[in-house]
Design a protein around this ligand. Structure first.
Ligand SMILES: [Fe+2]
Ligand SMILES: [Fe+2]
Length: 266
């Protein structure tokens, strides 16, 4: 929507000169409305003297809003504002494209898939013969967090009047050991890749919102997901770096203890 300067906007200098004939000849216009029709309706802002400054002020009240009056009951007759009758249709849905709805459902599946992999890692590190309780705790919490991400998207889908569709989730691996890296580093590198992939998917969701001109969805993704996602990537990248330092065996034990007691009261 374009907005240009109103014809009736007039500015006066201290000397009382009109600042700009150009201003006087242009009109306050929204796209779709002619300048001529608006020329009679624009706000009139005559200047007046005050000290040494240029002052713009509202004109006499009788000059205000002589033509444009918000006509809600006229505008509400528009077809797109009609309230659906069919019971299977959302009453709240407005300016929510099918492509945005589908992209949200895909992201729900991404979050659930990551949650499932983390849950498998939890089960692996919680085994009696593995017994890395800190990693088990970390992956359990991570799994729950991803499920919360999925649920927040489900809630959003309902807010916008979309339909949540849950798709199949791929079976995750159940073994995470690796001959050279060991299981702790191997799992953490996998976690880092998963978080980067999630970030890529979130950015794709955001680009759908932008392309379909849905600023509300774009804002939701930015404020609720993108910052947290890059922070998660940074944290897990640090864990990978630390696990590469400590090697296998005793070093991993200390790393695991650190995770186990993270968040404990000092
Ligand atoms: Fe997530
Ligand atoms: Fe995550």
């Amino acid at each position: 929507m374009s907005l240009s300067v109103a014809s009736a906007v007039s500015l006066s200098t201290l000397q009382g000169d009109s600042l700009s004939p150009a201003l006087g000849s242009s009109a306050l216009s929204y796209s779709g409305l002619s300048s001529s029709s608006l020329s009679t309706t624009a706000l009139r802002l005559p200047g007046r003297r005050l000290g040494n400054g240029l002052v713009v002020s509202a004109a006499k009240e009788t000059d205000l809003l002589t033509g444009i009056v918000f006509q809600p009951f006229e505008e509400m007759k528009k077809e797109e504002l009609a309230i659906p009758i069919a019971p299977q249709l959302s009453l709240a849905r407005q300016f929510y494209e099918d492509e945005c709805e589908a992209a949200i459902n895909e992201q729900i599946n991404v979050e659930y898939t990551v949650s499932y992999v983390y849950h498998a890692m939890y089960a692996y590190f919680d085994r009696d013969n593995i017994a890395l309780k800190g990693l088990a705790k970390f992956y359990k919490e991570s799994s729950e967090e991803e499920r919360e991400h999925a649920e927040k998207l489900m809630k959003y889908q309902n807010i916008r009047g979309g339909r949540v569709k849950l798709y199949s989730i791929l079976t995750p691996p159940s073994e995470f050991d690796h001959a050279e890296k060991g299981d702790a580093l191997n799992s953490m590198e996998l976690a880092l890749s998963l978080e980067k992939l999630t970030n890529e998917k979130l950015l794709q969701l955001h680009s759908v919102a932008v392309r379909k001109n849905d600023p509300q969805l774009a804002d939701f993704v930015e404020s609720e997901y993108l910052t947290e996602q890059v922070e998660a990537i940074k944290k897990i990248a640090e864990y990978v770096a630390q696990l590469r330092m400590v090697g296998k065996g005793h070093g991993v034990w200390h790393f695991d203890q650190m995770l186990l007691h993270e968040g404990d009261a000092a």
